[in-house]
Design a protein. Sequence first.
Length: 288
Amino acid sequence: MRAIRSVILSVAASAMLLAQTAPVRPEFEVASIKPSATVPLAEKVHVGVQIDGAQVHCTYLSLKDYIRIAYQVKEYQITGPEWLASQRFDIHAKLPEGGRGQFRDMLQNLLTDRFAVKMHRDSKEFPVFGVVVGKGGLKMKESPLDPETQAGFSVAAEGSARGTTVNFGRGAYFSLADNKFEARKLTMAQLADSLGRFVERPVVDMTELKGTYDLTLEFTPEEYRVLLIRTALSAGVNLPPEVMRLLEGASDESLFKGLQAMGLKLESRKAPLEVLVIDSASKTPTEN
């Protein structure tokens, strides 16, 4: 009897130890998901993620955007149904105490629970443009980020028929407006990602530069119009045939030359990149 009691106590102690050491699943305290309101084409639309204290506000993002943010991949690294990029949702959530550093883990679990997202990882070789430093050396000076503040975290975008702006915080942003592309305080990875909106291949940073930089490229009205159209396409916007015809015969020469003047070069390369294959997902999230 004493031996049996010892075994029972041992099993109970092991169970208690497992219960104590089991990791807590990162989750938002509360989360509301609603379809985004339709925005007329002529009006500005605010897009992005803002974290202010414990409050999280994600606006006008597609399920593909949320997957990209949650798993820290680029849009071209996600494969799945076309509707992933077209239907947009607003998410408003509350972080638990001390949970700010687990935002992406919480978002991953939210997508699994509410959209029933199922996926697997794979690798695929892509034709890419690699950003490299030209033979004459870099012609841009470093532009340090603004000091940290306690105002919160924000990565947001706004756009209209006139152009688009993406703000990364601490003075870092890029904008496409008034016939020019303007970047301020961007890392080379951020610059490469922004340039990928304007060309037909993924753009990958291969410079090994660690600083943040300013850059301004100017275009003719015709060249600028092509960049706007490509930006809209990269964001998953469906454009009418008469707009798509404006891309026929369009050239990237001005973009390439502008970068060369800054000491940068886009080279055709091939690179193996991780991809997320979305096996299934629900178009309608479960109830709030």
